[in-house]
Design a binder for this molecule. Sequence first.
Ligand code: ATP
Ligand code: MG
Length: 345
Amino acid sequence: MARQPIAQAGTPDEDKQRDAALRPRLLHEVIGQNAVKRRIEILLKAARKLKEPLSHILFDGPPGLGKTTFATVLPNELGTTIQMTSGPALTKPADMLPFLTNVTEGSILFIDEIHRMPRVVEEFIYPAMEDFRIDIVLGEGMSARTISMPLKRFTLIGATTRSGMLSSPMRDRFKIHEHLDYYTVEELAQIVTINARKLNTAIATEAAAEIAQRSRGTPRIANSRLCWARSYAASESEGPIDLSLARSALDMAEVDLLGLDKQDRRYLNTLIGVFEGGPTGVEALAATMNLPSDTLSDEIEPYLLREQMIVRSPRGRLATMKAYAHLGKQPPNPPGGADQGLLFN
Ligand SMILES: Nc1ncnc2c1ncn2[C@@H]1O[C@H](COP(=O)(O)OP(=O)(O)OP(=O)(O)O)[C@@H](O)[C@H]1O
Ligand SMILES: [Mg+2]
């Protein structure tokens, strides 16, 4: 189940359109992720000089941090084309054929959510990644034979929110592995300012900083908060988005000062209120919240972990002192048993 940020009433299609409209086109327009950008810059320069296709690259990191953005910047930089598909859409090897036969020399094939690609499809594309050929079985039974078909030299870009779920043979076939991390408030403020300009919306510096502060370190969330503030400003005032307007808009969207939304707080309230702060397994939490456990572990928890609101222990998730303080709750005594006592010292 996809996370639907609270500060927006958009459908997933509208989200996609907004993502596409606001997505940087070239590498220098990509904000932050400086180390990743520098390495990609080197690879691009080398590919141009050596006239070789770019190495296969795997991007991993939580949703909305720029994996698709990096993938779509590459063909623009190289002046080549990109074909896009995703793991769940590839149910059998034949689903890969149109993409592989359409690749041109040096072009890019992007597979989103690559960890959800079935094993048979994975195995089918190994020779394509290694030797730029595919093996096709013709006929059945005794008369079956395999023919090897050469392909143009292309670049496979994979994106995943769960690199741990990728099989290790698949992971090893990517020569470059880049992890995207959460953004600083300054970087997000820069993204908000640039995107406000793209949307022809005037925004005060402090308002951009406020939106950035309350966007969970994630550009996609910053974009959706910005669009919400823009709608709010259009409806409730005549002027630009200033600090007080941004604050009222975010308060109304129930985004708190740390950028946590209803769903994040519901997670913490469940962990503290129902499970007495843990330790508890993610499955039990997910069942109580009536959400798929993937949504918890891929979308909600990474930011709460980073903010040290929760910790993962061998026995399950635990709420920290910071989580109790943020919700204005009194920790039990001793809090959550001996395990958790350690977190409070
Ligand atoms: N480094 C960046 N600089 C500027 N804008 C960015 C950056 N990264 C992401 N964005 C903005 O955030 C939006 C979402 O990013 P993107 O779609 O690339 O995330 P993703 O990692 O592919 O997410 P998902 O896992 O959900 O597919 C983009 O449309 C773009 O507007
Ligand atoms: Mg993406």
